[in-house]
Design a protein around this ligand. Structure first.
Ligand SMILES: [Mg+2]
Length: 313
């Protein structure tokens, strides 16, 4: 992410005289820009690696690493990076003339090209396009991160949703199949939840769900996944847990839900709720699907309901 809304602008040219005069002219015309100047590609690369995206204005012909290699380096790494990686916009400047050179520059990954000698105002205009592009990329990335989070979260409780839970469970079961760990799952269901909605209304029901979610989250271990499976059902995925661990985690959950009454609405008496919980364990090396694991926890949950509720099976 950007530290500020304007990306850094990094200049590279082995011609120090040109670099100095560019620095003077640009600092005079664009004092608000965060500009840095390097006389070799290696220093520029180190600078760029540490920056949260930038507009790079680079010379083509330089001893050592030239401008084209610099372009290729950044476009290649950009493609290998994750979608939240910073964006670089590259303007290649050169004294080389001719269509074939422009073609070569753009094909090597440059976003734009400016022929030496140039007017500083033209360079500024081209840099502004780069800034605009970097900002757009940044907005897109922010929106994308938000969408990914939205797609995996339950909006009411903020817990993970069923879709994300199945991905996590599948990954954990894969690990388990390779014999590295056991995986335990607990399915919790709020007892007589329909009565809350029917007698106190949906707002009170939502409040109960939110508080229950917070209590379950507080009891889970840091590396457990706490999920709103649907309605008043919550799923807990516990890597590296065996029978004893999942029983004790589920027991702590059951106790934490009924420990304190929940304030649903002003004027209403606080409500004590309970949960029934079914647990299941997949041993290391065992081949079971995510659906079958959830079904097994579900069967244990029904046994807990049959045993009188507010209990763990
Ligand atoms: Mg040069």
């Amino acid at each position: 992410m950007w530290a500020s809304s304007t990306p850094s602008i990094i200049f590279v040219d082995d011609d120090r005289q040109l670099l100095n005069s560019l620095r003077d002219r640009l600092r005079c015309l664009r004092s608000g820009w965060d500009m840095r100047f390097h006389d070799n590609a290696r220093d520029a690369m180190a600078d760029l690696e540490n920056s949260a995206g930038a507009v790079l204005v680079t010379d083509w012909m330089m001893p050592g690493i030239d401008g084209l290699s610099l372009c290729k380096h950044f476009t290649a790494t950009a493609h290998n990076r994750q979608s939240d990686a910073p964006h670089y916009y590259v303007i290649l400047m050169t004294g080389r003339q001719g269509i074939e050179n422009i073609e070569k520059a753009l094909d090597s990954g440059a976003d734009d090209f400016i022929a030496k000698p140039f007017d500083t105002r033209e360079l500024i205009a081209r840099i502004r396009v780069g800034i605009r592009t970097c900002r757009l990329e940044n907005d897109l990335r922010t929106a994308n991160i938000h969408l990914v989070k939205q797609a995996s979260t339950d909006p009411l409780t903020g817990l993970l949703n069923r879709r994300r839970a199945l991905e996590i469970l599948t990954t954990e079961l894969d690990r388990s199949l390779r014999g590295m760990q056991s995986v335990a799952v607990a399915m919790a269901d709020i007892d007589y939840f329909k009565k809350v909605n029917d007698s106190l209304g949906h707002e009170a029901g939502d409040r109960v769900l939110k508080v229950a979610a917070q209590r379950l989250q507080a009891v889970a271990r840091r590396y457990d996944a706490v999920v709103r499976w649907g309605g008043e059902e919550f799923l807990l995925i516990c890597p590296h847990a065996g029978e004893d661990e999942i029983r004790s985690i589920a027991e702590r959950m059951r106790a934490s839900i009924s420990a304190n009454p929940i304030e649903t609405q002003p004027g209403n008496a606080p409500l004590t709720i309970t949960v029934s919980i079914g647990t299941t364990v997949v041993a290391a090396g065992e081949k079971v699907t995510a659906d079958a694991t959830v079904a097994s926890a579900d069967r244990a949950l029904y046994a807990a309901k049959d045993a009188g509720r507010d209990t763990v099976r």
